[in-house]
Write a protein that binds this ligand. Structure first.
Ligand code: GLU
Length: 547
């Protein structure tokens, strides 16, 4: 068969460069010895998930701790799944979590010498290499229809054989020259398939940077490399792009492990040096007793947008993921609580080999602890950032008064006090916690545990003696007075000794006041809350709390 003629017929493009030109155009990268070049290669589907961040963090850490490069490539070969704005959304989401690219799609960088970074714009290079494989007899046109392929697959399944296009099932592999040209003359659509040289009886031992040594079966599938519209499949684009973008370490999900033999063969036939691979384990969660993969349909927490909308502190999410990524991170963190996580010596060798358990309760704990390290000003900035993007109109107006919010935060978080409180888990709930400091969002639940007579008596009596100039102890002395007036023990110890002699204790009286002022039975120091609200509003609330 005249393969040169066949290649020219199948891929007649006259704008393809000789292959050496591509090698020259995209030379080996000038990075220090031992530096890794890594990439994130998402499809622009608009759905950026925790797994992307998980793997991007590993990519970014490995590149940046070794003096290498981390870039963004967009795998947009499947137009059906493409969503407008998806690329910006990937960049924005990752940036929120402090993960930045050095080069790539939509990244403004002098380093952008290995593009284009959108696969759709790389058609020429894929076609040049597909043409070369055809010229060498290593790829051929396949005219099988979807129906024919389905029928073969059904038969293979029935016979309990491996499904796919290989061996005796690879019908078009041995078409004669005459049959090929006849099909072409009839304008039958075709794809280009690899003529696999492998044998499934052979095993290959392979060292994965994460999974360790694994044994795979040699590829014997004649996989499609160019689809009928001339667009490459993932396999082919992966080999070409990671070679010419000079990726040295491919970190990707373990779902790709099963197609690794195809990639090993492609790199070898194309004459490319194989990059190193690290296949990450899937993120799992406990669903009752069952451990299962996080699912797009069932688990909103899989989407990265979930964390932004819920207002998780980005460093908390990152640090939590670091604890899953590297088993020794938690210990390091404990020893170095104030250090930036970027100082941690990240190691790909310490990444988990199987099912990483994602536990949102643990993330909440990390988030609380992270937020408790912030000053009132920093907490304000963080919450305010969230409010501007996701808050209600009322929240926005509230946050215009920075000084007021800061005084509330100082109180709620115990900033400057003896004990720092860790009540704020994330911005959405944190902002809600401030609602009762504003009349337009004050939504009291008057859940008093005493009769209306007692409640009204206490509220009226306290209103009469309340003086905003009182300090904490003067304020409390007045609460005690009111307690005594209404048959409550002014001292806890008296109440404990003879509870039957009293209606309750001073704590119960304070609770009545608290419910009127804050609308709930729990709050930070009530005297300070009243101080922040001011005299007018405090008195108005005591009045509104009457039953
Ligand atoms: N586009 C592929 C994906 O989103 C990339 C896999 C890879 O990193 O090679 O799964």
């Amino acid at each position: 068969m005249d393969y040169i003629k066949l290649a020219a017929t199948l891929i007649p493009d006259d704008d393809l460069l000789p292959l050496e030109e591509y090698e020259k155009m995209y030379p080996e990268r000038d990075v220090p010895k031992g530096a890794y070049v890594t990439r994130l290669a998402p499809s622009p589907t608009g759905f950026i998930h925790l797994g992307n961040l998980y793997s991007a963090l590993a990519d970014e850490r490995i590149a940046h701790t070794t003096g290498g490069i981390f870039y963004l490539r967009i795998e947009d070969t499947d137009l059906k799944r493409k969503v407008d704005g998806a690329v910006e959304s990937v960049i924005r989401s990752l940036k929120y979590f402090g993960v930045n690219f050095d080069e790539g799609a939509e990244i403004d960088s002098p380093l952008n010498c290995y593009g284009p970074y959108y696969q759709r714009q790389r058609a020429r290079i894929y076609r040049a290499y597909a043409k070369n494989l055809i010229e060498r007899g290593l790829a051929y046109p396949c005219f099988c229809t979807e129906e024919e392929l389905d029928a073969v697959r059904a038969k293979q399944s029935e016979n309990k054989e491996i499904t796919g296009y290989y061996g005796k099932y690879a019908k078009c592999r041995n078409l004669s020259e005459e049959e090929i040209y006849k099909n072409l003359a009839e304008k039958k659509p075709f794809v280009i398939r690899l003529r696999s040289q492998g044998d499934a009886a052979n095993k290959i031992t392979f060292k994965d940077m994460i999974k360790g040594e694994i044994t795979v079966t040699e590829n014997d599938q004649d996989v499609v490399i160019l689809k009928s519209d001339g667009i490459p499949t993932y396999h082919f684009a992966h080999a070409i792009d990671d070679h010419f973008m000079r990726t040295t370490l491919v970190i990707r999900g373990e779902e790709w492990l099963s197609s690794l033999p195809i990639h090993l063969e492609l790199f070898s036939l194309l004459g490319f040096k194989l990059p190193q691979y690290g296949h990450t384990c899937s993120l799992m969660k406990m669903d009752g007793e069952i451990k299962r993969k996080l699912s797009k349909r069932k688990d909103p927490e899989l989407s990265l947008d979930f964390y932004r909308k819920a207002g998780y502190y980005p460093t908390a999410v990152v640090k939590y993921l670091m604890t899953i990524l590297n088993s020794n991170f938690e210990e390091w963190e404990m020893k170095n609580p104030l250090k930036d996580y970027r100082e941690f010596p990240f190691s790909i060798g310490k990444m988990g080999k199987s099912g990483a358990l994602f536990d949102i309760d643990k993330l909440n704990d990390v988030s609380k602890a992270e937020l408790a390290n912030l000053s009132a000003e920093q907490t304000y900035d963080f919450l305010n950032g969230w409010v501007r993007e996701f808050g209600t109109e009322k929240d926005k107006v509230h946050f215009d008064d920075k000084q007021y919010i800061i005084s509330v935060l100082n109180l709620i978080c115990g900033i400057g006090g003896k004990k720092r409180r860790k009540d704020i888990v994330r911005a959405e709930s944190g902002v809600k916690m401030l609602d009762y400091f504003f009349d337009d969002t004050f939504a009291p639940d008057y859940c008093y545990r005493f009769s209306n007579d007692i409640v009204n008596g206490v509220l009226n009596a306290f209103s009469e003696v309340y003086d905003p100039a009182d300090d904490n102890s003067a304020w409390f002395a007045k609460v005690k007075d009111v307690a005594s007036q209404f048959g409550f023990a002014a001292e806890m110890k008296d109440y404990k000794q003879n509870p039957e002699m009293y209606k309750g204790s001073v704590a119960d009286v304070a609770e009545i006041l608290r419910i009127a002022i804050c609308g709930m039975p729990n709050s930070p120091d009530l005297c300070t809350v009243m101080g922040i609200l001011g005299r007018e509003r405090s008195l108005a609330r005591l009045k509104a709390g009457l039953r």
